[in-house]
Design a protein around this ligand. Structure first.
Ligand SMILES: [Fe+2]
Length: 201
């Protein structure tokens, strides 16, 4: 399934020589190993859409061209039950049509966990995800489809992993020609995971 596929990526793929990214990838591999045998489906979560979901199909189709396609293929099997949300009390107006995320594993995910959160983020072409941070959480994005930039520092194609340490402010800009589909992973203390705070700067 999707989480097994993601775990495999974090287990075997390059960290680009970064010890810090390697540590995070190993931690994700270990946490997912612990969580996966106990898959507890959260029956209280109902499917829901956001306007950006109209880009999901084309994002997934584009995602099939890259090595991360086996993760996308697993994701496609359960897109109809995803619960898409904004996650912020006050979302900038321009993000309402262009952004949505869905937690798959975590305190509010389809599968419950208090040790790790895993989900996906979808951005429309040319979307701008304003500066935000996740206090007390280490975050990584794995790009599944599209081309994005974070903090104007680089262009990240599919298969890229970007690490955001706790409290690091980051913005995302998306290429104008295609949507962006990212997997995100949060690690941290049980308290930080259960709060899963996302705040705009
Ligand atoms: Fe983030």
């Amino acid at each position: 399934m999707f989480l097994h596929a993601l775990k495999r990526w974090y287990k075997i793929k390059s960290s680009g020589g970064s010890e810090e990214i390697r540590r995070h990838m190993s931690q994700v591999d270990n946490l997912l190993k612990k969580e996966l045998p106990m898959d507890t489906v959260n029956v209280d979560i109902n499917p829901s859409d956001k306007p950006a979901c109209k880009y999901l199909q084309s994002a997934a189709d584009n995602g099939l061209k890259h090595e991360t396609r086996y993760i996308v293929t697993h994701l496609q099997k359960f897109t109809s039950i995803l619960h898409w949300q904004y996650g912020y009390g006050k979302l900038p107006e321009d993000m309402k049509e262009n952004y949505a995320y869905s937690e798959i594993l975590g305190p509010r995910g389809l599968i419950k966990s208090s040790d790790i959160a895993v989900g996906i983020v979808l951005l429309a072409p040319a979307a701008f995800y304003h500066y935000h941070e996740h206090p007390d959480l280490t975050e990584s994005y794995l790009n599944l489809s599209g081309y994005f930039s974070q903090n104007d520092q680089a262009v990240y194609p599919p298969e890229s992993i970007v690490l955001n340490k706790p409290g690091k402010s980051h913005k995302i800009t998306n290429d104008s020609s295609q949507p962006l589909l990212l997997a995100y992973i949060w690690t941290g203390s049980k308290e930080a995971i259960s709060e899963s705070r996302m705040v705009f700067d």
